[in-house]
Design a binder for this molecule. Structure first.
Ligand SMILES: [Zn+2]
Length: 104
């Protein structure tokens, strides 16, 4: 998709070809798409949503554990898929430069 694009490194202002994992100028590491911390956040949100849905069902509808697990799983997957879609929209084409300062 973005094969011919270049991104400029915020550390050394070098143009780096899209898809490269390391900046040629300053050797900063380049990551693409959704940052790991955001992914973890959405996993936690999905689990919390599933747990909350199961708790509501438990309190108001049924205490059948199999049914509660199904509710938990379905909500977790639904929120998870929704989160992935939101992330892909938010972070499409985003680049993250992380410079590692070497002692040598
Ligand atoms: Zn650089």
């Amino acid at each position: 998709m973005q094969t011919n694009q270049t991104v400029s490194c915020p550390h050394c202002m070098n143009d780096v070809p899209w898809g490269a994992s390391v900046c040629r100028g300053c050797h900063a590491e380049i990551a693409y798409g959704t940052p790991g911390a955001i992914t973890i956040f959405f996993i936690v949100v999905s689990v919390a949503a599933g747990w909350y849905a199961a708790k509501l069902v438990h309190d108001h509808l049924s205490t059948n554990s199999t049914f509660l697990w199904i509710v938990f799983g379905v909500v977790l997957v639904l929120v998870g898929i929704l989160s992935i879609k939101i992330c892909k929209r938010l972070y499409k084409g985003r680049t993250w430069f992380r410079r590692i300062y070497r002692t040598k």
